[in-house]
Design a protein around this ligand. Structure first.
Ligand code: ADP
Ligand code: MG
Length: 224
């Protein structure tokens, strides 16, 4: 694994501009509208690798902008005219999945009609199934509920290009290793896997060995 260590940079400080990346003018204009002028440190460390289609393990503290780091990469590859699930984001909790969905939708505004469906427990399966039937490009959810939809045949991941394991350390803490493994085994082997985490416990190495291909590893050190 390659390791790149980048010093932490507060969001008030200026990092490199998003315009240094291979993003479309529409996406860049949307970022500007959102007030995202410069990349945060983890975005600057991750996006060139993620946009190049490589597998990535990115580690940085909470609040450092990890969502946009994977969302911009998966959106760049996505074909809105192809009505199939092309990306899946696994999150530890419903609250986090809702936050990720909101952020992806904001970042996807520049594109035509990208459908993001949230799949979490505690909510009736029926509505989620109907949303999937209407066509989803991206699913965001907890491993257990995504697995449930796969087992029932409501969700198909054969066209998936990008798999994101967000807050991987928390998912492992919550005992989701086996569920992550089950979902991952239903994804095509030819895919990009992006793993984001605030810390780097042992289990992440195990996930990387089993489910990632020569991941590039980036880490933004916390100043505290
Ligand atoms: P993390 O997943 O690392 O905890 P988030 O992706 O939730 O962090 O981002 C934290 C906050 O920073 C969000 O409110 C998000 O909108 C904002 N943010 C992300 N990237 C940028 C950026 N480049 N410029 C300004 N704000 C940003
Ligand atoms: Mg996050």
């Amino acid at each position: 694994m390659n390791t790149n260590t980048t010093p932490t940079q507060g969001q008030a400080e200026s990092g490199p501009s998003f315009a240094t990346l291979a993003l479309s003018p529409a996406v860049l204009a949307n970022l500007e509208q959102l007030g995202y002028k410069d990349m945060t440190a983890i975005q600057a460390a991750s996006l060139p690798t993620a946009l190049a289609g490589k597998d990535l393990i990115a580690q940085a503290k909470t609040g450092s902008g990890k969502t946009a780091a994977f969302a911009l990469a998966l959106l760049a590859k996505l074909n809105p005219r192809y009505f199939a699930v092309q990306a899946a984001v696994l999150c530890p909790t419903r609250e986090l999945a809702d936050q990720v969905t909101t952020e992806i939708r904001r970042l996807a505004r520049a594109e035509e009609n990208i459908k993001v469906v949230t799949l979490c427990g505690g909510i009736a399966l029926r509505g989620q199934r109907a949303s999937l039937e209407h066509g989803a490009h991206i699913v965001v959810g907890t491993p257990g509920r995504i697995m449930d939809h796969l087992e029932r045949g409501y969700l198909n991941l054969d066209a998936l290009q990008t798999l994101v394991l967000d807050e991987a350390d928390r998912m492992l803490d919550m005992g989701f290793f086996d569920d992550i493994a089950t979902v991952t085994k239903q994804c095509p082997k030819e895919r990009q896997t992006l793993l984001f985490s605030a810390t780097y416990p042992e289990g992440i190495e195990k996930l990387a060995k089993q489910f990632m291909r020569e991941p590039v590893q980036v880490k933004v050190e916390s100043q505290h």
